[in-house]
Design a protein around this ligand. Sequence first.
Ligand code: ZN
Length: 477
Amino acid sequence: MTTTVYKAPYIVAYQGGGHRILRDGCVVVTNDRVTHVGPSYDGPADEVVDCPDRIITPGLISTHAHIAESPIDKSLQEDIGRRVFWQTGLIEVLPTIVKSMRPEDVEACVDYSMLELVRTGCTTVFAMDGASEYVADAVERTGIRAYIGDMYRSGAWRTTDGTRVTYTWDEEAGRAGLQRAIKTVESLDGRADGRIRGCLAPAQVDTCTEELLRASKEASDSLGAPLSLHASQSIVEFIEMNQRHGKTPIEWLESIGFLGPRTILGHAIVVAGSSYANYPGDDLALLANSGTSVAYNAWCFGRRGIVLETYPEYLRRGVNVCLGTDTAPQSMIESLRWTAVLGKVTGRNAEASTARDVFDSATLRAATALGRDDLGRIAPDAKADLLFWHTDSLFMTPVRDPIRTLVYAAQAEDLASVMVDGRWVMQDGTVRGISERDVLARLQRSAASVWERWPDADWAGRRLDELCPQTYPDFTE
Ligand SMILES: [Zn+2]
């Protein structure tokens, strides 16, 4: 047993059911857990570490990530929105990216994602991809905490003419995908001293059959594994589900018993009662009453002019809204900031969503979604997943209210060190065991090859520049 005492001028400590600001206090870590937090500590310790220029906070939790693909979104998914698909990139852009990626591109993305997540304060990531073995190895090497699941589905959407969306079905592939996913959960659980756990990730509400979703829920209940699904993420999907069932996607999920405290819905933006759907109903009550969580990815939608209506309203109605990183950049700092700011903009009220709301969503509410009262807080018996922020760096100065400064001003460089399970994952800005230069070079090569191969995967054989023109035209001779 090793016990270390960390003393700092600011600690975000858990007390009485919520976070508190502890000034001039200490956090005591024994092996992988916090054993004490308070103004002082008189017990035995192997080491006392003075951190006079640090703010210690709990690690942040991303409840929605696709780490094997998202880095390719950068400079490709912004500034474009196809009105025939109501702005979503799901129909024309995402399938083309996925089709264009080779295994080495997937690996380059995963390795880059590890860096990006750690350097922006993510200590637990909910990763839904199709490369669970490589992801698990990368997570184990890096030292972060993860829920890992291979996505599966019974069908897929596509367009062959740029206007219509058609679904092709292979129900047997869906069933086989679930069986593989169950094996993945069983094989991952407990790996890396329990840092890695499995999750079930049927892909989307409109690409999974009722049978597959019911079986996924049963498996989630019997394995005790979190269950994720993309739902109410586009108007295309909302209309499709309404045409199939005469219900909203969330009403339909409720009717087949899919909702519940272990269920995390990705996005849940196009809901009954929202201006996007123009469809009467109360999906928020179904989410709140069933204890279902929502993973909100504010930037991913904000960049297409789409926003939760509204983040503070969901909270007020009792929906457990968590935050995710989803697309590029995969930054929990950006996720905190965009969620807070867009909540204010949609509420036309500076007090509509606050630093406290978003920090709770990225910590305590995420822990609730994962069924973990040992994450997202600095308290005795909680896992020692800690962030050490500078007090005196460019964007953190001046510090009065550290959480507000963090949410509205911090950049990745303001995060000094990251601890997960009592071990350093990043120290003084350097992520352990990763050559940043090498990871960046590999990602650049992979992204360039995806851009190059774009016409082979695009339904109309277009070059990427035709679908997504560069910001300024080329300089001419
Ligand atoms: Zn997603």
